[in-house]
Write a protein that binds this ligand. Structure first.
Ligand code: 3PG
Ligand code: MG
Length: 383
């Protein structure tokens, strides 16, 4: 997506210009209230992190200040097209009532198969009695689902403030990189990140690889990985990526030490060649220090995916060190949603980076393609 296309997405001000006085108008706001929940044994449910709810407040307040009646709608989890009590919006509705009293929240959109199926009849029901639509669900804008792509075909529509900010920051990385620009990628699966790695190679100076996906790269280099998790059918692809990066003069930084367990199950630190029966669960201290240096010297850093199994105290050190480097560097720092945002919050460093995206998959897809189905729908709807 070019800069021209970004400015072609209508903003809230454009919506107001088109609809006129918003007072008394019913505005459907698609939010991403897909928040992590803790289901307790006594049946109570707790929201683990309300970041996504708070992130929708600027848009909701902008609309309510103008007298609009705001109806929010979101998915929660993956209930697969039928009502399931564990995916009820009730806990979210209770939190929203504290943060934005009087704002409606519909029941989980994915209780109806029409949502993921992008069924026109479901869209019609959603926009029934609605005067305008706002997409502020950045984290779901990579899904061609009914509530994301449907309403702009029926009612005047715009992006909300959160969407606008996400677009601005993430497309800024893609289109106006400051060098050195470094991407820090972790997580288990290289297959999830392949497209974005290829796209990032065009703009970054280096890519730091941590998480279990480093073992697929090790395998491509012919190194023994013990019993560590890896993706056998991606080994050749990793080899090609290493060669491609080298031919482009870009550096792929792989860990040169690993912590995990040895064949007896005891905690151990290894080099980048793991013995038989060993399993790697985190990058080692030497790698964490080397990655810190790269992040400190950068002018722009994008991070998505933990360096190891940070939920386990023994293996949080790599992710914590990278989080601290993100907090400490003078570089412009952006963290993709999902696990890396959760890690930052766990280490209480979420206020120390420049932007924490509310979207995991969405931020990767936006970096890869420069556009998302939800944005396209907003552009088309206004033409
Ligand atoms: C997310 O948490 O990734 C978004 O809310 C999208 O959810 P989904 O991956 O189930 O479509
Ligand atoms: Mg997802």
């Amino acid at each position: 997506m070019s800069e021209v296309a970004v400015s072609a997405i209508p903003r809230l001000e454009d919506l107001e210009a088109r609809v006129g006085d918003l007072s008394g108008k019913r505005v459907l706001v698609r939010t991403d209230f897909n928040v992590p929940l803790d289901h307790h044994d006594d049946g109570s449910v707790e929201i683990v992190d309300d970041f996504r709810i708070k992130s929708a407040l600027p848009t909701i307040e902008w609309l309510t200040e103008r007298g609009a009646t705001v109806v929010t709608a979101s998915h929660l989890g993956r209930p697969k097209g039928e009502p399931k009590p564990e995916f009820s919006m009730d806990p979210v509705r209770a939190r929203l009532a504290e943060l934005a009293p009087g704002v409606e929240l519909l029941e989980n959109l994915r209780f109806d198969p029409g949502e993921t199926g992008n069924d026109p009849a479901f869209v019609e029901r959603l926009v029934d009695g609605i005067d305008a639509y706002v997409n502020d669900a950045f984290g779901a804008s990579h899904r061609s689902h009914a509530s994301i792509v449907g309403p702009p075909q029926h009612v005047p529509s715009a992006m909300g403030r959160l969407l606008e900010k996400e677009v601005d920051v993430l497309l800024g990385l893609r289109n106006k990189p400051k060098h050195p620009f470094v991407a820090v990628l972790g997580g288990a699966k290289i297959s999830d990140k392949l497209g974005v790695i290829e796209a990032l190679l065009e703009t970054v100076d280096g890519i730091i690889i941590g998480g279990a996906m480093c073992f697929t790269f090790f395998a491509a280099q012919g190194k023994p990985i013990g019993d560590s998790l890896f993706e056998p059918d991606m080994v050749d692809t990793c080899g090609e990526l290493l060669a491609k990066a080298e031919s482009m003069g870009k550096t792929i930084h792989l860990p040169d030490d690993i912590t995990g367990v040895d064949a007896t199950g005891a905690f151990a630190t290894f080099g980048s060649r793991l013995p038989d029966g060993a399993i790697g669960y985190d990058i080692g201290p030497g790698s964490a220090a080397a990655f810190t240096d790269v992040i400190m010297d950068a002018r722009m850093v994008f991070w998505n995916g933990p360096m190891g199994m940070f939920e386990d105290e023994r293996f949080e050190s790599g992710t914590r060190t990278v989080a601290q480097a993100m907090a400490g560097t003078k570089a412009f720092t952006v963290v993709g949603g999902g696990d890396s945002a959760a890690a930052l919050a766990q280490f209480r460093l979420d206020d120390e980076v420049d932007h924490v995206s509310t979207g995991g998959g969405a931020s990767l897809e936006l970096l890869e393609n420069g556009d998302l189905p939800g944005f396209e729908a907003l552009r088309k709807g206004s033409s």
